[in-house]
Design a protein around this ligand. Structure first.
Ligand code: PLP
Length: 405
């Protein structure tokens, strides 16, 4: 029989968060091992239940959710998002500028499919949430990575961004708050990015899905609030801020300079129509969530469960010799560095797999986030304090053995 091959569109596409180590972990679980999973930002499975009001309203609305909706989404949730953009000082957003999706993920892929031709370049952060790099590649474009500077608290290196702009650059992706680093960008940094976009007529994609997951009383500035003369595409959703990853409720908002984007917008509308609509129960959840008050605020406030777990994991990791880590200001992750002089890791995927088989702890290797050198990993600090303490103890023991090899 002729082998059935995957499309060569997928040749340059990778998404390591659910990569080989996860397959090994599944097999180990089938064999009866208990794995501590610090690999995926899936709040509900760690006991962070979604707000009651969302669950109740979704159940009540189930009866009304059986039909297709408008392909961009129902009016009421889009109206709630419109109000949300106003709260975030994003100006000039109408109902038609709002698209609902099955999570932000679907819309990220759609936004790239609608934009890119072969050879087009998109500036994507390194490290990044790897769906962005994958979505650019799948759409036939070239992801070009700008560096986020660990020494500067993982802020984007604007000079690097500038150097990497070419006549083929179409857009800049900004993930703020950032996954995997937990960085939160200041207004000044964001203004510099806007200025670059303005000078080079680039679209700015602002992935702001963690915009309420902020520690230490920090505030989030929406990129799209900073200019009216640049095209912004802002992505957000309920997955993280409302602990509802499984409801697959996300949105995308166009704002700023839309007049020159009529053709792109037509393309987006066609892609939205082709997938008919986002799931209707998730749309109802958006309306309830944004009209309510049970977001993640109490969990990230000082003393809240997430804030405590962030502090604990950071302390335990940075107590390990040769491990340094910028303390996250936001989101659910940290991205520690392993000093290469102490831990000469050649292949960080193999390193993660060895840790998994020896200590039953699952992490994701730094190169899975398009970080070039094998000297980082991402840790999700969602498991409870006991599990986090246990996991960090196992990581410390593994690293101790690694040092002595
Ligand atoms: N953007 C970032 C930065 C993320 O971390 C994630 C999920 O982890 C997503 C987008 C996808 O979110 P959704 O669940 O809405 O598809």
């Amino acid at each position: 029989m002729r082998p059935i091959l995957k499309s060569n569109k997928l040749d340059d596409v990778c998404y390591e968060i659910r990569g080989p180590a996860l397959q090994i972990a599944r097999q180990m679980e089938e064999d009866g091992h208990k794995i501590i999973k610090l690999n995926i930002g899936n709040l509900a499975v760690f006991g962070f239940d979604p707000p009651d009001e969302i669950v109740r309203d979704m159940i009540l609305n189930m009866q009304n959710s059986a039909g297709y909706t408008d392909s961009k989404g129902m009016f009421a949730p889009r109206k709630a998002i419109m109000h949300y953009t106003q709260e975030k000082n994003i100006r000039g957003v109408g109902i038609d500028d709002i698209y609902l999706g099955n999570g932000a993920s679907e819309l990220i892929v759609m936004a790239m499919q609608g934009l890119l031709n072969s050879g087009d370049e998109v500036l994507v952060p390194a490290p990044d949430y790897p769906l962005w790099t994958a979505a650019v590649s799948l759409a036939g474009g070239n992801p070009v990575h700008y560096v986020c500077d660990e020494q500067a608290g993982w802020l984007p290196d604007i000079d690097d961004m500038r150097k990497k702009i070419t006549p083929n650059t179409r857009a800049i992706v900004v993930i703020n708050p950032n996954n995997p680093t937990g960085a939160l960008y200041s207004r000044d940094v964001l203004l510099e990015i806007v200025e670059l976009a303005r000078q080079h007529q680039l679209i700015v994609y602002a992935d702001e899905i963690y915009d309420k997951t902020l520690y230490d009383g920090e505030e989030h500035v929406s990129l799209a609030s900073l200019a009216d003369d640049v095209l912004f595409v802002t992505l957000n959703g309920l997955s993280k801020n409302y602990r509802s990853c499984g409801y697959r409720a996300g949105w995308m908002v166009l704002s700023g300079e839309k007049r020159h984007a009529k053709d792109y917008i037509e393309g987006l509308n066609m892609l939205a129509s082709m997938r008919l609509c986002a799931n209707a129960p998730g749309q109802f959840a958006i309306q309830t969530a944004l009209g309510g008050h049970q977001s993640i605020a109490h969990l990230v406030a000082p003393g809240g469960r997430l804030a405590r777990q962030r502090d604990l994991a950071h302390q335990l990791l940075t107590d390990i010799p040769g491990v340094t880590c910028v303390k996250p200001k936001a989101a659910l992750y940290m991205f520690p560095r392993l000093d290469p002089k102490i831990y000469p890791i050649a292949d960080d995927q193999q390193f993660i797999c060895e840790l998994l088989s020896e200590e039953k702890v699952l992490l994701v290797q730094g190169t899975g986030f398009n970080w070039k050198t094998p000297d980082h990993f991402r840790l999700v600090f969602l498991p409870n304090s006991d599990d986090l303490t246990d996991a960090c103890g196992r990581i410390a023991r593994f690293l101790d053995g690694y040092r002595r090899r």
